[in-house]
Design a protein around this ligand. Sequence first.
Ligand code: NAD
Ligand code: AKB
Length: 322
Amino acid sequence: MTADTKNKRILVIGALGQIGSELTAALTEKYGNDAVVATDIRIPDHKTDFLFLKLDILDKDALFQVISQYRIGTVYNLAAILSAKGEQQPQLAWEINMKSLLNTLEAARELSLEKVFWPSSIAVFGPSTPRVHTPQNCEMDPSTVYGISKLAGERWCAYYAKKYGIDVRSLRYPGLISYKTLPGGGTTDYAVEIFHEAVKKGRYTSFLREDTALPMMYMPDAIRATLSIMDAPGESIKIRSSYNLAGISFTPGMLSAEIASHIPSFQCDFQPDFRQEIADSWPQSIDDSEATKDWGWKPGFDLSGMTREMIMHIREYYTEKV
Ligand code: NAD
Ligand code: AKB
């Protein structure tokens, strides 16, 4: 354990989600099973080697109780409704995304948490944003309720950092690609679904157009970035809203061609739905030079490395299932 987790535990909220499941594993590996308390509004379908509690982050009293009872020092709050699902239930998305963050920031203030991690997203950008190599600071006019909640959340993080000295750290994750847990209702989900369908059926129908470039990242890079920003000395974190973070930028056409280089019979069709409009409002690539400058960020995976690993792991998954 490092000094900041010596006596206090780490709380993960939303631990069963696409990021939470892998971040919890990385945190227990790094700090030990006893150092981590994993929570979600759902319960896991398997036994865990670390403490797992059912917790609704909207229940502020329950959150405060868990933080006090388990001597929590650091909180990773991953509970949210993502972009596509949020457009189906805008009021609910606003309620969950804002209240979960405000409850966490209030816990940090009232219970003197050491550190908070809360993720933002490329969804904070909108149609007026420069779409190529999108800078850290530029015009931001998100057009989804998810993006509006993330932009407002970023401002709340900066406010709590300035006004109350809360050590809150945040990343604007791109679309994340992983094989361990399915994504939870975003616009970038096609880039995970395509691998499962390619391996299972040899074909996929993309809900985004063939030429829609979006910023993406393979999960191991996202986990490394998260641990890295949380480990960085406080004085090197100059941005308290949220850092731009870049991995790989590609289109559904480019991804399906890369998959076809491993599965030659693979066929992909393109039938855009309501998610196309969301994707069209987001950047195509991101300038993350502030993250590189302030805490040394550098992505590790390119399109071919990510595709190779995804196909290998998803093949293993379906082979073991048979
Ligand atoms: P996810 O939907 O896979 O997981 C979210 C988890 O939160 C789920 O397990 C869900 O059960 C839980 N949850 C929902 N409501 C809750 C509540 N009231 N109390 C406690 N838990 C609750 O999402 P994810 O992809 O893991 O994303 C995690 C965070 O990262 C979110 O803030 C999301 O906006 C952000 N993010 C994700 C991506 C991505 O591509 N996955 C990209 C950018 C930002
Ligand atoms: C989504 O598509 O909603 C997420 C995100 C980029 O925030 N994957």
